[in-house]
Design a protein around this ligand. Structure first.
Ligand code: MG
Ligand code: MG
Length: 580
């Protein structure tokens, strides 16, 4: 399908926006009027530039507060429209978005609205322009899409149709199934935006928190399927107002928008994810100073053993049970950091091909000729994601395997720059096939931690994507959470043998915990944190101190607990900040 995006969705001047949008492969744009007003080029020059870039101008918007007005206001509105039609002719745009009137002076009379919109359509037709009438979720009298459609039907003019906007429909909780009763040729335009579920004023929600399909909580695929079943054949157009996107790189935002539409099309076509990962193969840490033994020492204290050395690279394999950590002395990093994640994949080649279809950068793999080939893509924060079958282990000369209380990798938590947070959510969902779980905002002593958990349907792979909204100078921490059979036993041993290795937890935390639950008093003595879910599932966990950018968490899930102990994260953050 034809793919478009509103210029308001990306940052920059109108020319910068058009270039970024064209580079991302879009077919067309909605020109947002303010972008044109602030542009030094004439409409003819904008038209020529768009054409040079291969972009059609699919819509000009918005035209506000037109319909349902007293006669003396109507004359002025028609004069205003006449001038816009002239601009559109110069731009080469033939579709004008008219949004439902929000003025307190608007009259609640559908017949009047229809009559005036018909008049507008007649005038528009003289300029070869068509009108797409959209119900704003906060329209004074018209705020439901079916209401806008009834008025369009009543007006009954070939140059008047409706514009459907997923945000306005889904934010009000309207059922999109009603779209299927609208004749497809009367749906003149479709605007797509997702959004996180937020309990707030709908206008503020729309202006600041819209995001691309797949980044929020709305069912965009379901709505779009209804629009297509109605017979709509126009573009899929992204219209996103987002405070972060306004500041982010236009190229990157446009590319992410394109990714969201490709993923949406794939889900409409019933393309199922070819290769949802079945587990963690490894996590790889940059170890720029292996001589210090800092990371190796931490791992051996946790019961890991060095069980292999790479045949051709300065990489060590440390393992315990199914938990495998690679320490890479050759990785480019100034301090210990998580640089790569290996995922067990049923079809590594298919997974990379799928990632490529979603415009993810597939990584070239420099390796010695005898090395096993590995398929990898870059996550939005630069972390390398490898799709592995078991062959990768052949690169390591094997040492003795060790069994211990740590059995595997439970989850990996990455901290994203603010600008990549929504992009990361879409990446993990569309490229890896993970499903969004909980989204949280957690207090940090110096800011706020936003966090989104994603997991494979069977829980075999769990990822947590964080952004730290804190002042400059704070490290973006990453962590690897290790699944453990007996967190209390490990804590007992470490508190005795290596007391400085575990994060100290304040006694006040336990005063509160013991007020809520009857828990073993040993948790307090050992600094083990605890959570319980509504079904009685329990979570015991503890944290190591941070090395470079990385720390480890040991987690024990009991009785089907599916969360991440998020309520305890603010305690952890406060202690981490205090221990510098
Ligand atoms: Mg809209
Ligand atoms: Mg965790």
């Amino acid at each position: 399908m034809r793919k478009s995006i509103a210029t308001v969705s990306v940052s920059g001047t109108l020319m910068e926006k058009l270039e970024a949008i064209a580079a991302a492969g879009f077919d067309g744009v909605e020109i947002f009027e303010n972008d044109l007003l602030a542009c030094p080029l004439s409409p003819e020059e904008v038209r020529a530039r768009a054409a040079d870039l291969g972009l059609g101008i699919d819509l000009y918007q918005p035209f506000r507060d037109f319909e349902s007005v007293p006669p003396e206001v109507l004359a002025g509105n028609l004069r205003r429209a006449e001038r816009k039609f002239q601009v559109m002719e110069r731009l080469g745009a033939d579709l004008l978005l008219v949004c439902s009137n929000v003025s307190p002076a608007a009259i609640g009379d559908d017949e009047l609205a229809a009559e005036q919109l018909r008049l507008l359509a007649e005038r528009a037709a003289e300029h070869g322009v068509r009108i797409a009438y959209e119900a704003l979720a906060w329209g004074r009298h018209v705020n439901e899409y079916l209401h806008a459609w009834r008025i369009v039907r009543m007006a009954d003019h070939p140059s008047l149709g409706t514009c459907l906007d997923s945000f306005h429909i889904l934010s009000r909780g309207s059922d999109p199934i009603g779209i299927e009763a609208i004749p497809g040729e009367k749906i003149f335009f479709l605007q797509l935006a997702d959004a996180p579920l937020l309990a707030m004023d709908v206008l503020q929600w729309s202006r600041h928190y819209r995001c691309f399909p797949g980044q929020g909580n709305f069912d965009l695929a379901g709505l779009t399927a209804s629009v297509l079943r109605a017979g709509y054949a126009g573009p899929l157009s992204l219209e996103v107002f987002n405070d972060v996107f306004r500041q982010a790189s236009a190229e990157r935002t446009a590319l992410d928008g394109m990714r969201s539409l490709i993923a949406l099309e794939q889900s409409l076509d019933g393309v199922t994810h070819p290769a949802v990962p079945a587990g963690f193969a490894f996590a790889e840490l940059a170890d720029p100073d292996p001589g210090s033994g800092t990371l190796g020492g931490l791992l051996s204290a946790l019961g890991f053993a060095r069980t292999g050395v790479h045949a051709s690279k300065p990489v060590e394999l440390w393992s315990q049970g199914e938990a495998r950590i690679l320490l890479n002395a050759g990785a480019e990093a100034g301090e210990p950091a998580l640089v790569a994640i290996g995922l067990d994949s049923p079809d590594p080649g298919g997974a990379v091909k799928h990632a490529g279809s979603l415009l993810s950068p597939v990584l070239p793999r420099e390796r010695a000729p005898e090395d096993v080939p590995l398929d990898a893509v870059a996550a939005p924060d630069g972390t390398e994601i490898f799709f592995c079958d078991t062959a990768w282990l052949a690169d390591f000369t094997p040492g003795t395997l060790v069994a211990g209380p740590i059995t595997g990798i439970d989850h990996v938590a990455l901290t994203q720059p603010l600008h990549y947070f929504d992009e990361a959510a879409l990446f993990y969902r569309s490229v890896l096939g993970l499903r969004p779980q909980e989204s949280l905002e957690l207090p940090d002593p110096y800011g706020l931690l936003r966090s989104k958990a994603m997991s494979a349907p069977d829980g075999a792979v769990r990822m947590v994507v964080n952004i730290a909204q804190v002042g400059a100078g704070h490290l973006p921490w990453q962590h690897i959470a290790l699944a453990c059979d007996d967190v209390v036993a490990v804590a007992r041993r470490l508190r005795a043998e290596r007391p400085g290795l575990l994060l100290p937890i304040p006694g006040n935390y336990y005063d509160d915990l013991e007020a809520r639950y009857e828990v073993d008093p040993e948790l307090r003595r050992l600094g083990v944190l605890y959570d319980r879910d509504a079904d009685g599932g329990e979570f015991l966990h503890l944290y190591t101190v941070t090395v470079g950018r990385v720390f480890f968490e040991l987690v024990q899930r009991v009785g089907g607990y599916q969360g991440y102990g998020a309520g305890n994260a603010p305690i952890r953050l406060a202690v981490q900040h205090a221990s510098g």
